[in-house]
Write a protein that binds this ligand. Structure first.
Ligand code: AMP
Ligand code: ZN
Length: 477
């Protein structure tokens, strides 16, 4: 890897550490993926803007990368505390739909959201349901030394590994993470968790497999141990997830990995966690009815990359408060950037008096400091505004910012940013015609006609912005 040393905040040690790849020829990253029973909400999507930033920075700094994002299409219960129904089964019951069709539909929707956010596809999106045999094999392997049977399944005994919960700091932090679990009668320790969930005698799940512990379905945590090892090896570089995973899911993965390897190794050298998107009312959740989806933003007239920019304006370890005002501010900032780039492109070629190299270094310094994107954005502003550097050279340097930040400023146009809200009653072409007619009326000093057109447009929800400093002559508001 080149440039500044990459420092990442490691949740294992709760401190920033210099990242040194295990194998510089293949840096391996695993990101816990979505549970596909519903659309991802914008909080979930922040988790993948974060992993995309990580993967872009690693790639930009010259590290060949293998990145895996799994798809959880079985196993995740409505409570992380091993209680409740499987989220997928619950959704199938509620909608009367086939569970496999639900999984396929929301998996595609998730991939589309990532594409719209300019998140680059990982090397692989493995499905949990395609790895159930391997999960059963893993359970058999660790059963004797680490598990016990209860009527409803096979449970992991968290006292069987030496340092359970180190990642969550659960010993000195009692009470967090679903109040440190229990819920299932007969558990040896409150934090013990299901490796296999045996179906009740007359229960019929849509997704069920035969196993040595009866017909049933795997516990949620097992899939990530199985798929990360399968695709990245027993020891890999970085494991990511939302901050909630630091409390339960990741400590459980670590316990399974330790049971399997017979060592104290957690599996990954670095464990990275993004903080939540919150609304004033509290944390956003997929099951809580108020979740906002990417499509809701588009329907309201926002470009998906405005949301990406909003994410980049906050450090991934800080909470990000979502509000429509903040999103609108991000969209205005994005429009200004697009405007500035268009103006640069229109300038005649000149020789450069200065160099863009310093900006590249500042970008590297910012993102190498635990992916500090809020610090990288003003560097971009400064580069674009530097008159010492020729427009052509500024545009060349811009491509590097695009590679790292994924804002697509090299190709994004003003027209693309003018998203038509779902509720709008007028087509863009019709607005164009009206505006042309209005320009003619004004040129002929027919101000009555010009004002009338303006009023007609206003009635259709189109705001005409005369003398708009952004040159943004209209918008559907
Ligand atoms: P899920 O689909 O619930 O399995 O979650 C997918 C990813 O989104 C996980 O890494 C979660 O930790 C993360 N996540 C869930 N809620 C939020 C939120 N409000 N803000 C940011 N990340 C979240
Ligand atoms: Zn996981």
């Amino acid at each position: 890897m080149h440039g500044a040393p990459l420092v990442l905040y490691n949740s294992l040690t709760r401190s920033p550490e210099t990242f040194v790849p295990i194998d510089p020829a293949n840096v391996r990253v695993y990101s816990c993926g979505p549970t596909v029973y519903h659309y991802a909400h914008i909080g979930n999507l922040r988790a993948y803007v974060f992993t995309d930033t990580l993967s872009r920075v690693l790639t930009w700094k010259g590290a060949p990368l293998t990145h895996v994002i799994n798809i959880t299409d079985v196993g995740h219960l409505t409570s992380d505390a091993d209680a409740g129904d499987d989220k997928m089964e619950a959704r199938a019951k509620e909608t009367g739909q086939d569970i496999w069709a639900i999984a396929a539909y929301y998996t595609e929707a998730f991939k589309r959201d990532l594409g719209n956010l300019n998140v680059r596809p990982p090397s692989n999106f493995p499905l949990a349901t395609a790895h159930v045999d391997e999960m059963i094999a893993w359970g058999r392997e660790i059963e004797a030394g680490h598990c016990y049977r209860l009527p409803d399944g096979l449970y992991f005994d968290t006292a069987s590994v030496p340092d359970y919960g180190t990642l969550a700091r659960s010993r000195d932090d009692a009470g967090t993470g679903e109040a440190r679990i229990a819920a299932v009668a007969g558990k040896r320790n409150p934090q013990d968790f299901a490796i296999w969930r045996t179906s009740a005698p007359h229960e019929h799940r849509q997704m069920e497999w035969d196993s040595p512990w009866g017909r049933g379905a795997p516990g949620w945590h097992l899939e990530c141990s199985v798929m990360s090892r399968r695709y990245l090896g027993e020891r890999f570089d970085i494991h990511t997830g939302g901050i909630d995973h630091r409390e339960i899911h990741h400590p459980n993965e670590i316990a399974q990995n330790q049971a399997m390897s017979g060592t104290c190794d957690t599996g990954a050298n670095f464990w990275l966690h993004n903080n939540f998107v919150v609304e004033r009312a509290g944390k956003m959740s997929k099951s809580g009815g108020g979740a906002t989806h990417l499509q809701s933003l588009v329907d309201a007239g926002f470009h998906p990359l405005s949301y990406r920019l909003m994410c980049l304006q906050a450090h991934y370890r800080s909470e990000l408060e979502f509000s429509w005002e903040n999103l609108a501010a991000a969209q205005t900032r994005l429009k200004r950037l697009v405007q500035t780039v268009a103006a640069l492109r229109a300038r005649p070629p000149v020789a450069s008096a200065g160099s863009a190299a310093a900006y590249r270094e500042q970008l590297d310094a910012a993102v190498s400091d635990d992916l500090n994107t809020p610090r990288a954005l003003p560097v971009l502003d400064a580069l674009l505004a530097d008159k010492q550097v020729s427009p052509a050279e500024r545009l060349t340097a811009l491509a590097e910012f695009d590679a790292v930040l994924g804002l697509d400023l090299t190709d994004l146009t003003r027209e693309a940013l003018r998203v038509r809200p779902a509720a709008a009653t007028i087509e863009a072409a019709a607005v164009g015609e009206c505006l042309a007619e209005r320009r003619e009326a004004r040129a002929a000093k027919d101000f009555a006609r010009s004002d009338a057109i303006r009023d007609e447009l206003a009635a259709a929800g189109v705001e005409v912005m005369d003398g708009d400093p952004l040159g943004w002559d209209w918008r559907i508001g």
